[in-house]
Design a protein around this ligand. Structure first.
Ligand code: IVH
Length: 661
């Protein structure tokens, strides 16, 4: 088989695997097989760009960064739908249709809560995705849409067709995106719809690829050219290779329709994505002209909107929680209730102003929902059920150390005034050791809590003094020799952690992981950073005035300066350059791994190479810099020798890598 045939074969197999996994939800090959074929294809496309096909699955990884989105005029406008909110309104929608035409049926579909897109295919190949925009003009989001795994790049028939559907973010991806944003100190997306809309307008398709958007197709433009009913249109979409939501139904008569809507309301609470209603469409296309349109909506379709789930419960108490930045937040302790798929017993009350504005009092009956189906929140008090509750008063003293709480001018938050407050320290210790910061994996939340309660850990530098107590620690229940050995080793190893992670670990307000990375690039040592002025900080691209002020004010506090000096004396890395050199040590170098490796697994070796800036290719060519040959290496080793490519054994590879650290 020649190269071109192999590439076509890989495209065919991977596209089929994508379809089986993402559209049918029925995986047919292992992750390992998928990854290795994908790697092979990527490498072949790099070597033979002239053979790259438009429907190659490598498009799903995300193309190059755009500078803006191009406007697209919709040949057929993207209309929106009228809404109905109850059975009566639904009956009157049905009555109007009955008056216009005689016999008809409905198709009901879940209304997916995302954003509408129009997808254009020419001769069966995907050419463009456009957002709805104002209905007549949208934006070209082709590169981003390509990253959606279930979006077919090639249809099962070579036809020209425009398909419309909903791009949405499943709950799982939404949770992951928000967790990442929390770690980066970035504003959270309020709900999956906002997250999907924000993501599709990202200029970097690689970011989009990581966010795992998905798509359901629901309409064909000028569908009557191909089929005569909506049900057939959905079947055709499925046949062409689109993902179609399986919960559609054909319905006769208004009474069955109303019954069905209630079933949908039960079903939707079990689904792993947001829906905000049911779309009801007349099934027969030939009736659309007679039923007609208003200027905005078709009269042959409507959206039945569900009530967002809101539940009443008793507010048993208001407690206070202290975060790692020292902010003290009121928290609602609720009589547990089941909302949108899980039991809720606590909900944030944000800050003093939020509680006072809504006049929330202990003993009130309150209405609770999940913001974005995820974060429990008290919406309002059910005043009719209030008896004689006393108004809320914000705490004046820290709930942990009893120091004064202060509220800075212009801010809504209250802070504990004691920088050494143990309540905030335990959180700052947990944060410091966490995976996203210093990554001391044996020092998890539970271990920190135990050692904190026993007095071994109060401040961050105490972590590095734990080794002085190794013997005592091994006697603690649940610790033992092995665990203490591992713990101390992990702590020692973290001293060489990159400077940006240390900076993030300090928990400076507004300095998330991303900001920390930008900071160290401009101020590569702690000393330089500590001397930076607000103006200097503010001149860095990602750093606004608020962040700059927060950094300067952090370093003005003598407790912080002393703590950093201590960490410096304990031997922690506070320089960026070293890490940067390591990161780029293999820049531009291409490696091929062959034969059986003993020291590393294939994946570990590939990860190391990539982490150090190199590339791993599956085939040897003149462009290969190193072939790492394990046991029983065969044809690739032979080819390397023929082409005079440098061959190293695994041990030499290890020495190269070790030498860098
Ligand atoms: S049909 C003219 N079907 O709801 C008919 N829309 O307000 C156009 N949506 O903009 C839409 N799921 O973003 C249709 N199964 C579905 C839908 C759906 C979600 C969204 C779409 C549209 C909005 C209508």
């Amino acid at each position: 088989m020649n190269i071109k045939q192999r590439m076509l074969e890989l495209i065919q197999i991977i596209n089929q695997a994508n379809f089986d996994y993402h559209t049918l939800d029925r995986p047919t090959i292992t992750d390992y097989e998928y990854d290795s074929m994908m790697k092979e294809l990527i490498s072949l496309e790099e070597q033979y760009p002239e053979y790259k096909e438009n429907d190659s699955p490598t498009e799903k990884i995300g193309g190059s960064i755009l500078s803006s989105f191009v406007k697209v005029e919709h040949a057929v406008p993207m209309m929106s739908l009228s809404n109905v909110f109850n059975a009566d309104e639904l009956r009157s929608f049905d009555d109007k249709i009955k008056k216009a035409v005689g016999i008809y049926s409905f198709v009901t579909e879940l209304k997916i809560d995302g954003l509408a897109v129009s997808l254009t295919y020419e001769k069966g190949l995907f050419v463009r995705a456009a957002t709805r925009g104002n209905g007549t003009t949208g934006e070209d989001v082709t590169s981003n849409a390509k990253t959606i795994k279930s979006l077919p790049l090639k249809l099962n028939q070579p036809i020209d067709i425009e398909v419309r559907g909903e791009i949405y973010m499943p709950h799982k991806s939404f949770k992951e995106v928000n967790e990442q944003r929390l770690a980066n100190d970035e504003a959270l997306f309020a709900n999956p719809r906002n997250a999907a809309a924000g993501t599709i307008r990202q200029l970097d398709p690689k970011v989009v690829a990581k966010r795992n958007l998905d798509l359901y197709a629901y309409t064909i433009v000028d569908a009557n050219k191909y089929v005569s009913t909506q049900k057939e249109a959905l079947e055709l979409l499925e046949h062409l290779g689109f993902r179609v939501n399986p919960n559609y139904q054909l319905v006769f008569g208004i009474n069955t329709l109303i019954e069905q809507i209630n079933n949908y309301d039960i079903l939707r609470k079990t689904l792993p994505y947001d829906t905000d209603g049911v779309v009801i469409k007349v099934n027969e296309f030939e009736l659309y002209g007679t039923i007609g349109y208003t200027s905005k909506f078709p009269k042959w379709a409507t959206a039945y909107k569900f009530q967002a789930e809101q539940v009443e419960t008793l507010l048993k108490d208001i407690t206070f929680q202290i975060g790692r930045t020292g902010v003290v937040t009121p928290v609602a302790e609720l009589e547990p209730v089941f909302i949108s798929g899980s039991t809720v017993a606590r909900a944030t009350l944000h800050n003093e102003d939020y509680v006072l504005e809504k006049d929330i009092r202990i003993g009130d009956t309150v209405l609770v929902h999940k913001a974005g189906e995820i974060i429990p929140e008290v919406i309002e008090v059910v005043l009719s059920k209030r008896t004689n509750q006393t108004p809320f008063k914000m705490l004046e003293k820290c709930p942990v150390c009893d120091s004064d709480l202060i509220r800075k001018a212009g801010e809504a938050d209250h802070y504990c005034s004691n920088p050494e407050c143990p309540g905030r320290n335990i959180n700052s210790l947990i944060h410091f050791a966490s995976r996203v910061a210093m990554d001391i994996d044996t020092l998890g939340e539970k271990v920190v809590e135990t050692l904190h309660d026993l007095g071994y850990l109060t401040r961050i530098p105490d972590i590095y003094k734990l080794k002085e107590y190794s013997i005592e620690l091994t006697d603690l229940p649940g610790f033992g020799d092995k665990k203490v050995y591992k713990l101390i080793n992990a702590i020692e190893a973290s001293k060489t952690q990159s400077f940006d992670k240390l900076l993030f670990g300090l928990g400076i307000k507004h300095v998330g992981a991303k900001v920390a990375k930008s900071l160290v690039k401009h101020f590569p040592t702690m000393d330089l950073l500590m001397q930076a002025t607000i103006e200097e900080l503010n001149s860095i691209p990602d750093i606004g005035e608020m962040i700059a002020e927060s950094i300067v004010s952090y370093f003005q506090d003598i407790h912080h300066v002393e703590m950093i000096k201590e960490l410096q004396d304990l031997g922690l890395n506070m320089t960026y350059l070293k890490g940067e050199q390591i990161e780029h040590a293999f820049n531009g170098k291409t490696f091929v791994l062959t034969g059986k490796l003993n020291i590393y697994t294939r994946d570990q070796a590939s990860d190391l190479i990539e982490k150090l800036g190199g590339k791993v290719s599956s085939s040897v060519s003149v462009k290969t810099d190193y072939v790492v040959a394990g046991e029983d290496a065969g044809s690739k080793l032979k080819k390397a020798n023929e082409l005079n490519v440098k061959v190293i054994d695994e041990e030499t590879f290890r020495t190269m890598v070790d030498g860098l650290y």
